[in-house]
Design a protein. Structure first.
Length: 276
């Protein structure tokens, strides 16, 4: 099982989104779970409640992907109707729109070529109560819904969302309360999913070719690492706030899952491999 995570910086417009199916061809012999961030800067716009800008953004992407007008209208109505927007009662419900609509668009794109299905992340990843001081909720636990393992076959692609989760509840009759894992939480989501599906590898696709000792976009002398241990990667990323969040590394290390960090637009580049 492979877990592939694609960040919003990679999937920022229709042209970049068209690369994703090409990447999946390299994994056709493996069962795959895809974890998606919100496209582009969607989360920033959602935090500011700039819904009109978001409608234009997503409509433009779907039009450029040649979606039928009826499909475009249906998806926009589902997430941005006055009824839906008026029902949003929390920060998490508002910002989670980005991951949910992005995963639906990718599903509509991929189902032409692949047998795929959407898994709702909030049915799998559970948090403690919301912490206003951190603008996120701490991770509690994770598990697959009953009967979902039968969907993990060699030819089926599972599409899910990063960042979003739900508050853990003992009473199953209680309404699901959406939460989020915090900004940059999609990498962490991929690590969590890696542990619950027993993945042999988690691959994070980024807009840089791997892990450096500092931000390569700001520092031309940044040193690239092809292979690292988890301890080495943690020390680098924790110290210099580089491409992978330290809690992502710790979770993967705990569950003994190999990590690769790769450049989105060049599949032939090795990237950084992190192992025990």
């Amino acid at each position: 099982m492979k877990v592939l995570k694609f960040g919003g910086g990679c999937l920022k417009d229709a042209n970049s989104i068209r690369i994703l199916p090409k990447i999946l061809k390299f994994y056709e012999s493996f069962p795959c779970l895809i974890v998606l961030s919100a496209f582009g800067k969607s989360t920033n716009l959602l935090e500011s409640s700039k819904f009109e800008s978001l409608i234009k953004f997503y409509t433009s992407i779907m039009n450029n992907l040649k979606f039928d007008k009826s499909k475009v209208d249906k998806i926009i109505e589902k997430y941005f109707s006055k009824k839906n927007l008026n029902s949003l009662s929390s920060y998490s419900e508002r910002v989670s729109i980005g991951e949910l609509i992005s995963s639906e668009i990718i599903f509509e794109l991929l189902k032409i070529q692949y047998d795929c299905i959407i898994l709702k992340a909030y049915d799998c990843i559970f948090t403690e109560k919301w912490k206003d001081e951190y603008n996120c909720a701490p991770f509690h636990s994770a598990s697959l819904p009953l009967n979902w393992r039968s969907n993990f076959t060699n030819k089926k692609i599972i599409i899910t969302q990063g960042f979003i989760a739900s508050e853990f509840k003992n009473n199953t009759t209680t309404k699901t309360k959406l939460t989020t894992l915090g900004r940059e939480g999609s990498d962490y989501s991929a690590a969590i999913f890696g542990s619950i599906v027993n993945a042999d590898e988690v691959i994070l696709y980024k807009d840089v070719k791997g892990i450096f000792d500092k931000d390569p976009k700001k520092n031309l002398d940044a040193i690239f690492f092809k292979n690292l241990t988890y301890d080495e990667a943690y020390n680098i990323c924790n110290k210099n706030n580089t491409v992978v969040h330290p809690k992502t590394l710790k979770h993967l290390q705990k569950h003994k899952i190999k990590l690769r960090v790769k450049l989105f637009c060049q599949e032939d580049l090795h990237g950084t491999t992190v192992t025990l």
